[in-house]
Design a protein around this ligand. Structure first.
Ligand SMILES: CC(=O)N[C@H]1[C@@H](OP(=O)(O)OP(=O)(O)OC[C@H]2O[C@@H](n3ccc(=O)[nH]c3=O)[C@H](O)[C@@H]2O)O[C@H](CO)[C@@H](O)[C@@H]1O
Length: 364
């Protein structure tokens, strides 16, 4: 029997890439599974999902604007329109199950599915549940989570501790450090920092790195710098005098290469970044984005910091501390090894398959 699955959600990489990992795992277990993605029109998923080989429909939905509440004036109308669109998708596609990966884009689709008694499964990436998932969790059949203590947000009997699904090209990467460094045009004999600000880039990490570029080159250290789109040109111009040591990208499509090349990673504390870092076992300095809903990135990062599986710098202290922390870590082999060992113990490389089995289990 062919299974039909809708995967809904998106907005940023932290929702899209786990969704793609689940889709790939479903296909691995049941190759004829018919999968349709539903995201938000104009968002990153509309590009990344087709690149991964899956069809997607975009709803005209936007998130609640926290910084300017007057910009939310059209929100009720957009929700109403998206609910109607979602209803049409359900009628046409007739899914057996709808999977929600979070973000406002998942709301209309799961809401309609629940209204129509179509089973739903939620995959919550963070240690602090998002509002959308909390509402949808009440009627979901199963809720796959990555952190302990999620019964604060969801009915305990629905929770399944699966970890976050990491893409196969990262869990099963065969690239060597040497090849990865060569890919970025970097030397195999120098220490390398990989700085990454989540899927959209991080202003504070970017601004923290700017004054360090000269020192990085002088110390003969290398930097792979993911800036996000808005800061890319500024960073590229600033790094131009140090081109042999510093490579700048707005977005990195080969994250497995970047992780492999790195001795130390400076990263936002998005849930997927963390899941990936646990799998690739890298010493990491977290700079949580303090304005994520309910400050969940700090909560994500502290979960690892408390286990001595990562270091942390507050967003407003990056400028004053980043240089010291990163250069000291690169000189402290014992600390690097301790962080590597501890973060490695938290990896869940099979989460994608475990979740896919739960999805198919709902249908059976
Ligand atoms: C500002 C904000 O609210 N961010 C949230 C968003 O983060 P964001 O989208 O930044 O998510 P994550 O850090 O969790 O994941 C980023 C994903 O993008 C990929 N990647 C990133 C950069 C790049 O150049 N190339 C690339 O492929 C990473 O490999 C990873 O798979 O969703 C996460 C998961 O719900 C949350 O934990 C984050 O708090």
């Amino acid at each position: 029997m062919q299974r039909k699955v809708i995967i809904a959600g998106g907005g940023t990489g932290g929702h899209i890439f786990p969704a793609i990992a689940i889709a790939n795992a479903l296909k691995k277990i049941q190759p004829d599974t018919d999968i349709l993605f539903v995201g938000a029109a104009g968002k990153m998923e509309m590009e990344k999902v087709p690149q991964a080989g899956y069809p997607i429909e975009g709803l005209e939905i936007v998130g609640f604007n926290r910084s300017n509440i007057f910009k939310n004036i059209l929100l009720p109308w957009k929700i109403w329109k998206s609910l109607r669109h979602a209803k049409g998708i359900l009628q046409r596609f007739q899914p057996d199950v709808v999977v929600g990966v979070g973000g406002y884009a998942s709301f209309p689709m799961l809401r309609q599915a629940q209204k129509n008694d179509i089973p739903t499964l939620i995959q919550e990436q963070n240690s602090f549940a998002g509002k959308t998932n909390k509402i949808l969790g009440k009627k979901a059949r199963k809720i796959c989570v990555a952190y302990d203590g999620m019964d604060k947000f969801f009915p305990a009997d629905k929770l399944i501790a699966t970890g976050n699904p990491v893409r196969n090209n990262i869990t099963q990467s065969a690239v060597t450090r040497e090849d990865a460094l060569q890919h970025f045009g970097l030397s195999n004999s120098k220490q390398t920092i990989f700085a990454v600000g989540g899927s959209l880039g991080a202003k504070s990490i970017n601004e923290g790195l700017l004054p360090l570029l000269e020192t990085i080159a002088e110390k003969d250290i290398q930097l792979i710098w993911q800036t996000g789109k808005p800061f890319f040109e500024t960073a590229k111009a600033a790094a131009a005098p140090y081109a042999s040591h510093i490579k700048v990208y707005d977005f990195i499509n080969v994250m497995d290469f970047a992780y492999k090349a790195a001795d130390v990673v400076v990263s936002r504390a998005g849930a997927l970044a963390i899941a990936e870092l646990c799998v690739v076992k890298k010493p990491v300095i977290f700079v949580p984005y303090p304005f994520a809903a309910e400050d969940h990135q700090t909560s994500n990062a502290m979960n690892l910091v408390n286990k001595k599986a990562g270091l942390i710098i507050r967003d407003d202290e990056v400028k004053s501390q980043l240089g010291n922390v990163v250069f000291n870590l690169l000189q402290n082999r014992a600390l690097m090894e301790q962080l590597e060992t501890n973060i490695g113990q938290l990896g869940r490389p099979n989460a994608d398959m475990v979740i896919a089995k739960e999805v198919l289990g709902i249908i059976a």
